[in-house]
Ligand binder design. Structure first.
Ligand code: LLP
Length: 481
């Protein structure tokens, strides 16, 4: 929460304190940038009151602050461009569509100067049908289908910008598909450096036990690394144009040290390939993974800091290996889409549950909402923590420790494990969960045959539906009886 005065919250603003001591005005992180608490105690985002939005669109509903999402993309683009330009290097960003992709979002990202990173036929088709320039689209995947490869290699005038190869067998596979189509494929090789990051730490293990990419470390001393072997195989196929090396070290990373370490490993392999073959590949992609604040008081990875540190690491590593600084690309998803989104729910059953003697609390208030693990699987899948607030009103009632649960038939159907809500929270209250813009809708399911919520964008008082709410009729339409 911010101070009660000295800020600009728009025309409806009045600086008196609201019941419950909550100041009106901008909400601040983890809420979207344009979120404000209005004088009547309700919250507006993008100039649209959430109670009015819920009344018009129903709940549950995913809400995207278009201005915030665009600004996040632009801020990262500008910070990266400036930091790399200082060293005479170019940088390009690809928005990772897995975080949340629909055609409008693909267009917003293109308009902000980003390409689109895809990882399936659905994501690839969505980006292309949004009119994104095929040359600015990438395709990932450890098990790409023929259909995916054929679309990738034939889209636009000359196929998509990059296919990221993930295994040795894929080298010949993609080359053969390209030969069959009579085209050339621009490819990168996904390598694993042994650097894994996420949360607050990074670890460098030097060996790998996971499905993606090829290790930059030889299995035995004196042998070529699996990455180098695949790079030599790529260069041997005339249908393949080797753009460079790709490394993605993890997600929700808050310490840039992992990127520095990975960049150095990747630059070392690039130099090793140049030494062996005379081919210095032009590009290095350092993947996505920039972390965000999910809870009040948490910090997000600052775009300028990550840009400066990675640019410095790449430049130093190039100098150490005596090679020219490569063009660099990144694939951010969460840091652009996550904080710009929230999910709006209506509270239903509220149930106090007495906890056993010796528990940390005497009683926990279970607050049931009209969605749950179907629209946000992250708490159940990763133990992810979220923040929730009442957004239809403020309250003078004392805070109580609550657990926000969904309506699915499973006791692990928890959306927010622990949050203080006003003791008078009741059926009909409007509740928002922050930072659901990434990996919320994109990982949603129809468990219990609950239709998936729709997605709307809000901006400057306008509401733009992006994805229609599913209905039971939609689900039944898939049912062949
Ligand atoms: N590039 C590649 C190759 C990736 O695998 C990923 C994420 C990204 C970019 C984007 O990473 P981001 O900037 O969004 O962290 N479902 C999980 C996250 C899985 C991320 C998988 N790869 C979650 O909900 O936390």
């Amino acid at each position: 929460m911010t101070a009660t005065s000295g800020h600009d919250a728009g025309p409806a603003h009045d600086s008196r304190d609201l019941p419950g001591g909550l100041p009106d005005g901008p909400l601040g992180l983890p809420w979207p940038r344009t979120a404000v608490r209005r004088a009547d105690g309700s919250v507006a985002v993008g100039g649209v009151g959430l109670p009015e939005l819920a009344a018009a669109q129903g709940t549950p509903l995913y809400v995207v602050d278009e201005r915030d999402m665009r600004e996040r993309a632009a801020a990262l683009r500008d910070a990266m461009t400036t930091a790399f330009a200082e060293h005479g290097a170019e940088v390009e960003l690809f928005y990772a569509g897995k975080a949340f992709l629909c055609r409008a979002v693909a267009r917003w990202m293109s308009q902000e100067g980003l390409g689109i990173d895809t990882a399936s036929l659905g994501e690839l088709t969505t980006a292309l049908s949004a009119g994104v320039d095929a040359a600015r689209v990438g395709l990932h995947g450890n098990n790409k289908s023929d259909e995916e490869l054929e679309l990738a290699l034939t889209a636009g005038d000359t196929g998509i910008g990059r296919v990221v190869l993930d295994s040795l067998v894929e080298v010949d596979r993609v080359a053969d598909v390209a030969a069959g189509l009579g085209v050339r494929a621009r490819v990168m090789l996904r390598v694993t450096t042994g650097v894994h990051a996420g949360g607050h730490e990074y670890i460098s293990t030097g060996h790998e036990d996971q499905k993606f990419g090829l290790s930059v470390h030889p299995a035995r001393p004196g042998e070529d690394s699996p990455a180098l072997t695949a790079l030599l195989a790529i260069l041997a196929r005339p249908e393949l144009d080797l753009l460079g090396l790709h490394s993605h070290i993890g997600s929700q990373i808050l310490d840039p040290a992992g990127f520095d370490a990975a960049a150095r490993e990747v630059l070392r392999v690039r130099a090793e390939l140049a030494e062996r073959t005379g081919v210095l590949v032009p590009e290095v992609d350092l993947g996505g993974g920039f972390g965000v604040a999910y809870l009040p008081g948490e910090v997000e990875l600052d775009p300028e800091r990550i840009a400066k540190e990675t640019a410095a690491a790449v430049v130093e590593a190039a100098a150490e290996t005596g090679t020219a600084v490569p063009r660099v690309s990144f694939e951010p998803g969460r840091s652009i889409a996550g904080p710009a989104g929230l999910t709006l729910y209506t509270v239903g059953t509220v149930k106090p549950v007495r906890l056993p003697e010796g528990s940390e609390l005497a009683e926990r208030l279970y607050v049931s909402i009209d969605g749950g693990m179907g629209d946000n699987i992250r708490p159940a899948l990763y133990g992810a923590a979220y923040h929730a607030e009442l957004v239809g009103r403020t309250s003078g009632a004392p805070p109580v420790r609550a657990r926000v649960v969904g309506k699915h038939c499973e006791s692990g159907d928890i959306v927010v494990h622990d949050v203080d809500l006003p003791a008078d929270v009741h059926a009909g209250d409007l509740l928002a969960v922050a930072v659901t813009g990434a990996y919320g809708r994109s990982m949603a399911s129809t468990y219990n045959l609950l239709p998936r919520p729709g997605v709307v964008a809000v901006r400057d008082g306008e509401v733009t539906p992006l994805v229609r709410r599913e209905s039971v009729a939609d689900l039944l339409a898939l049912d062949l009886g």
